[in-house]
Design a protein around this ligand. Structure first.
Ligand code: COA
Length: 248
């Protein structure tokens, strides 16, 4: 599938978002491609880590808003929600390389990665409330745990954007790496993970993540609230405002 390029080399599976003309906005088909990649990695003992990256100075503009509109009109299980559930439980180490904009799920997904590297131009935003929506991917639990309630409230309630330096200061990214070295650096760090003793690495990962019961429960609540919000007038208005905005 052209909008997501999956490649493998030297024990790594790389997922490259490649819908650049739409700022890598994520469609149901793209989530399915990423879910398939997670499955492939889970069943292939040669794969020791997954690298998640964008292209052309763009990570992802988050969920495709046209898909949100379609999902509101035909309620049912969303591929996005299956993706975040899989992301939260994936057993293969995950490394993200973020250059450019990371919006919505593009920002929340880093909460599930083992290592995150960002270019100086990376810019993060979780604009769920502005879109008439609620947070997903367990971010309403994980973000306050990681950055404290005060900062999480600014990010999730006010929808404040933050840059790579701030993400680093908050402990959301491991390092800020010049754009021209970013992808090579992420590959190298992922390769280092892939070469560790697999059993000890996986056991340590599980210990670091702890009991996932609270996370599962919170994600269930988020999914219910999200489905309800998707149908709301607030969300419809925000989606339409984006789809019909005039460009200067
Ligand atoms: N869903 C659907 N299409 C999107 C999109 C999204 N989330 N983000 C960008 N696009 C599309 C635009 O509609 C535009 O398509 P067009 O060229 O056919 O008109 C194209 O991608 C380029 O986007 P544009 O807004 O012109 O680029 P920009 O550089 O000015 O701004 C962003 C980039 C990411 C800041 C801006 O597109 C944006 O805010 N997108 C929405 C982000 C969002 O709210 N995501 C949902 C999170 S839950």
């Amino acid at each position: 599938m052209n909008d997501v390029a999956i490649t493998r080399s030297e024990g790594l599976l790389t997922i490259r978002l490649a819908r650049t003309q739409k700022k890598n906005a994520l469609t149901a088909a793209m989530y399915e491609a990423m879910l398939d990649a997670f499955e492939t990695a889970a069943h292939d003992p040669e794969i020791g880590a997954i690298v998640l990256r964008g292209d052309d100075g763009m990570f992802t503009a988050g969920n495709d808003i046209a898909d949100f509109i379609a999902a509101a009109q035909a309620p049912g299980e969303m591929a996005a929600m299956r993706f975040v559930e899989a992301l939260a439980m994936v057993e293969t180490p995950l490394v993200a390389a973020i250059d450019g904009v990371a919006v919505g799920i593009g920002a929340t997904l880093m909460l599930h990665c083992d290592l995150v590297y960002a270019s100086p131009d990376a810019r993060f935003r979780m604009p769920f409330v502005d879109l008439g929506l609620v947070p997903e991917a367990g971010s309403s639990l994980l973000l306050p745990q990681r950055v404290g309630m005060a900062r999480a409230s600014e990010i999730l309630l006010l929808g404040e954007a933050f840059d790579a330096a701030e993400a680093h200061r908050l402990g959301l990214v491991n390092a800020v790496v010049p754009a021209e070295k970013l992808y090579a650096h992420a590959q190298e760090r992922a390769a280092a993970l892939a070469q560790k003793p697999r059993g000890a690495l996986n056991a340590t990962r599980r210990l670091l993540r702890g009991d996932r019961g609270d996370l599962r429960a919170q994600m269930h609540l988020e999914t219910e609230a999200f489905a309800k919000a998707l149908q709301s007038g607030e969300a419809q208005k925000a989606f339409m405002a984006f789809m019909t905005r005039s460009k200067v």
